[in-house]
Design a protein around this ligand. Sequence first.
Ligand SMILES: Nc1ncnc2c1ncn2[C@@H]1O[C@H](COP(=O)(O)OP(=O)(O)OP(=O)(O)O)[C@@H](O)[C@H]1O
Ligand SMILES: [Mg+2]
Length: 624
Amino acid sequence: MLFAKVRRSEVTRVQEAVKAVALCHNVTPVYEESSGQESRTEGGDCDESPGSVESQTEADQHYWQPKKETCVYQASSPDEVALVKWTEEVGLALVRRDLSSMHLRTPAGMTHSYTIMQVFPFTSETKRMGIILKEEHTGEIVFYLKGADVVMSGIVQYNDWLEEECGNMAREGLRTLVVAKKTLTEEQYMDFETRYNAARMSVSDRVARVAAVVESLEREMELLCVTGVEDRLQDRVRPTLELLRNAGIKIWMLTGDKLETATCIAKSSRLVSRTQGLHVFKCVVTRTDAHLELNTFRKKQDCALVISGDSLEVCLQYYQHEFLELACGCPAVICCRCSPTQKAEVVRLIQRHTGRRTAAVGDGGNDVSMIQAADAGIGIAGREGLQASLAADFSVPQFSHLARLLLVHGRRSYKRSASLSQFVIHRGLIISTMQAVFSSVFYFSSVALYPGFLMVGYATLYTMFPVFSLVLDKDVSGKIALTYPELYKELSKGRSLSFKTFFMWVLISIYQGGVIMYGALVMFEDEFIHIVAISFTSLVLTELIMVALTIRTWHYIMALAELLSFGLYILSLIVLKDYFDAEFIQTTNFLWKVVVITLVSCLPLYILKFLRKKFSPPSYSKLS
Ligand SMILES: Nc1ncnc2c1ncn2[C@@H]1O[C@H](COP(=O)(O)OP(=O)(O)OP(=O)(O)O)[C@@H](O)[C@H]1O
Ligand SMILES: [Mg+2]
């Protein structure tokens, strides 16, 4: 007798729990035709007031007939989808949902309808979501609440197993949610509704007041169950993280998850290797606690840090500098139970403290603020929707694509921007130097060295294509860049674009400009009138040769650009009779002088480059 009673209550409790999981969520079933073309959402975006369900009876019947369509669950949270799928598997399927109602199909084939009275959506701040439903059959009003264990443990009635069970699941890497319920009487609900509506109407402090009213309901709730959803890692996360680490990138993991889950994921993704120490920062509340904890942590070496959002806040409040100093020295940092604003704040602090570039990678809506705060925001378009990838600077479909994005494209882009920008400076400065030399020789008169179209042509037709084709340059192939992440590490020293390289280019420009101009002046004392033809030809040739010297891997477009520019210049020599003396430029005199001047301006650089490659070759050249 007693046995039967216990058993029975157990069965009903399990039923209650499954029902709660099947009802407390924001999932909408969508039916897709088998062809996979059409999809139909129910409700969702139409703005109906709760209660207007009569008009749908016809549609309902249509829906409840067995059909060939396949049902897909749609929700912003993949966890919720997983849970609803599970309830369908155990027999309680969500067949239909709109703004005002929800329908479940029981294993016996019956349909239970529920009116949705209120929904309190999930936010990362409250870490829970709630729903108030009225069962149409019995008229019972139930408030279901589902959320993170930290918040739920204060809401549910006393029990001795919640914390332990959540911990157990989390240590296996499961993402846990606690589900609770509370039955409301009609009066209780009416009372709540009046207060809730009043709060929603209030002009000032609306958010806080609404939250207070909802909180008044969240007391002494009956604990139903704990769910654990496996958050499987995407493909190739482990090797990607390893590659990034070898590339000299410090990785911080910022998550809203529970400490144990986050630790487990950090281990399974090898963010923290098995042999590496892991320091779990104790929960601190006061300044002294934080001080002591920081001191304990300081003594450990080469140890990854795990810290919860609350403790992080305390540390940042009192010991911002010290904390960041220690954390930045860690091989990996894991911040759990972070709110979205906290994630963004951490990114900003790292930027400010280290002065380094940051990249934030995220896939969910709760990562948007951090993606926007970082120097490079990278969104992963995936199961959690598109919010992150829409807010990001770069969007990738898979975490593992990060390796290619950073190590190959990021690296190339940096190198290319560096060489392109410095070349543009060189191109402008060399001609300015020539003008300056020319003017100073003629007592600083303001006579333009090159007339009209030559100036325009220099900046455009004659040199533009080769210089811009530098954006196609590659020093090593993508495969090599991915095999040797150390290549990326070198970039962080900023050697491709620094004051040093800038002044090198300035020097080169001054040297070349000076050589060409003085050369032309010295060699042509007797034929001064040809100085334009000579110096300009040398100038264009120098520019083309310099581009050719800079290029590390020839692309056919680069060769084309060089030939095109050269061809166009030859053509203008013939066509622009106003600027060039047609007879003179056909003489060998002209030719050998141009060749000599160009050689003097370019050969030393070529020799220097050659020597440098020979005696201190850059690492990429050793690899290719
Ligand atoms: N749909 C939901 N309903 C109720 N509670 C939820 C829901 N989604 C998440 N939670 C709880 O709120 C916590 C914080 O969620 P949040 O979205 O900020 O981070 P997360 O999804 O756990 O982690 P990540 O930052 O890695 O995406 C979760 O750990 C979970 O306990
Ligand atoms: Mg999330």
